[in-house]
Design a protein around this ligand. Structure first.
Ligand code: C5P
Length: 221
């Protein structure tokens, strides 16, 4: 299936919001691949599997009991791990940090590939992540790569946390964003880089609507 739009970019750039808006406008399915890595990190943590135990991590990645359930309007996705709703828990900063650590392990990425590719169904898919255009859906018809300054992304993350009723300290969030960027960009397996055929959009001074309009222009062209 080639009706795929990949939306890659660093943490807090707004990929999730843009991907959801475009998926709704197009009537396409949505893959939030970060949620898979986040849920996987929670599962590994609750089983006490540490990052050195690659064999146990690969086995867990294959057996992961993970479900994404859409609400009736298709605008809210609940994430179930081992039968429990972890939709809020996966969004916590510490889960994001754990996710970025396990995501650097090659065998984990390989084991989660099939699960991600299974989201590609008619009439189309919007896939959001770090390596959607460079690895998971290399033949996607449309690819975008979103960027924004680290300060802008940290400030967006702070707002997101506040909306979820959590506290956040700007300086700490900024330090986390920078550390996560460094880890995601310098890792050996699927480092965060734009696909050669991706449209790069710097969103620092753009509203969500402006970004969505640019992406829709690409998809509809
Ligand atoms: O996008 P999100 O912040 O939810 O992703 C959490 C972490 O999972 C990222 O920091 C990144 O390390 C990892 N990830 C990844 N590849 C993806 C999606 C997420 O390595 N396709």
């Amino acid at each position: 299936m080639r009706n795929i739009l990949t939306v890659d970019g660093p943490s807090g750039v707004g990929k999730g919001t843009v991907a959801r808006a475009v998926a709704q406008k197009m009537g396409w399915h949505l893959l939030d691949s970060g949620a898979i890595y986040r849920a996987f990190a929670l599962a590994a943590n609750s089983r006490g599997i540490n990052t050195e135990n690659e064999q146990a991590l690969a086995k867990l990645a294959q057996e992961l009991d993970l479900d994404f359930i859409n609400d009736a309007d298709n605008d809210l996705v609940s994430v179930y791990l081992d039968g429990k709703d972890v939709s809020n828990k996966i969004r916590e900063e510490k889960t994001g940090d754990m996710a970025s650590r396990v995501a650097s392990i090659g065998v984990v990425r390989e084991a989660l590939l099939k699960r991600q590719r299974a989201f590609a169904r008619e009439p189309g898919l919007v896939a959001d992540g770090r390596d959607m255009g460079t690895k998971v859906f290399i033949n996607a018809k449309h690819k975008v790569y979103l960027t924004a300054s680290a300060e802008e992304r940290a400030s967006r993350r702070l707002k997101q946390l506040q909306q979820l009723g959590s506290e956040g300290i700007m300086s700490r969030i900024l330090a986390d964003v920078v550390a996560r960027d460094e880890r995601d960009s310098s890792r050996e397996h699927s480092p965060l880089v734009p696909a050669k055929d991706a449209l790069i959009i710097d969103t620092t001074d753009l509203s969500i609507d402006e970004v969505v309009t640019k992406v829709m222009t690409l998809v509809e062209a």
